[in-house]
Write a protein that binds this ligand. Structure first.
Ligand SMILES: Nc1ncnc2c1ncn2[C@@H]1O[C@H](COP(=O)(O)OP(=O)(O)OP(=O)(O)O)[C@@H](O)[C@H]1O
Ligand SMILES: [Mg+2]
Length: 235
């Protein structure tokens, strides 16, 4: 059974319909990717899952229960974390304070510290810089802060919206390595990316959104061989 199943959703901003009959399944323990050009509706799909812009038709089912009409904090409490587009760290807070905001639902301070230690193991750079203001970190380091904050809530599923955007090639490579490592810890990943080549290397399954509709889906091997995907992304 899928961990997350999006079933025929339609989502609109005001009266402009953006997603048309979109369905997808995220298998537990896997990395599922969503590809698609600018404006194809990838972030809107994430906003729909998180209840920020709820769909007006269709259903979204997580662990067998519908998320539609639940408030966002309740959806997050079910075990979904999101690293948003642009990362949105708190620039005037230290690295460690940023991480702690990711565990806001927890009151056990020993457990919070334990989780921060796990994040520091994954990102030694953050440990070195735990007292530095996050806004003064490099873009790649801020990406680590954002990823670490997402992990502090111990999610079952982590949704990541375009983590490579604006990063230098070295950090992009590092980011993909870390995503794979996070998945290796047993966390299911839903990854939105425009860096198609590297995404198809680490993901198991994928979907292609085009103008708000699902244009293709399959294993990453199938997508890599798909003529339309080839034409759209590999010229
Ligand atoms: N708050 C909003 N109000 C009205 N229209 C919006 C809003 N947010 C997005 N849209 C529109 O919805 C469509 C899909 O946008 P969305 O942000 O989901 O695309 P995307 O695939 O994430 O693009 P990108 O790769 O550039 O991030 C676009 O046409 C966009 O202009
Ligand atoms: Mg987007």
């Amino acid at each position: 059974m899928a961990l997350l199943s999006v079933q025929g959703i339609h989502t609109a901003y005001d009266r402009v319909n953006v997603l048309h009959d979109v369905s997808l399944d995220v298998e537990p323990g896997k990395i599922t990717c969503i590809l698609g050009s600018n404006g194809s509706g990838k972030t809107t799909l994430i906003r729909s899952i998180l209840g920020l812009t709820p769909p007006n038709q269709g259903d979204i089912v997580f662990e067998g229960a519908s998320l539609v009409r639940l408030p966002t904090h309740e959806i997050i409490a079910r075990g979904i974390a999101c690293i948003p587009e642009g990362r949105r760290i708190f620039p005037k807070m230290t690295v460690e304070e940023n991480l702690r905001t990711g565990a806001y639902r927890l009151s056990d301070s020993a457990e919070i510290t334990r989780r921060a230690m796990q994040v520091y193991e994954l990102f030694p750079r953050l440990k070195e810089r735990r007292t530095q203001l996050a806004g003064t970190m490099s873009g790649g380091e801020q990406a680590m802060v954002s990823m670490g904050r997402g992990l502090m809530g111990k999610p079952k599923m982590l949704i990541i919206d375009e983590p490579s955007l604006g990063l230098s090639p070295l950090y992009v490579k590092e980011n993909f390595r870390i995503i794979r490592e996070i998945n290796g810890m047993g966390i299911t990943v839903l990854l939105v990316e425009q860096n198609v080549r590297q995404t198809l290397v680490i993901a198991h399954h994928g979907y292609v959104l085009s103008q708000g509709r699902m244009a293709a889906s399959g294993t990453t091997e199938e997508l890599s061989a798909d003529a339309e995907v080839q034409a759209a992304y590999f010229g």
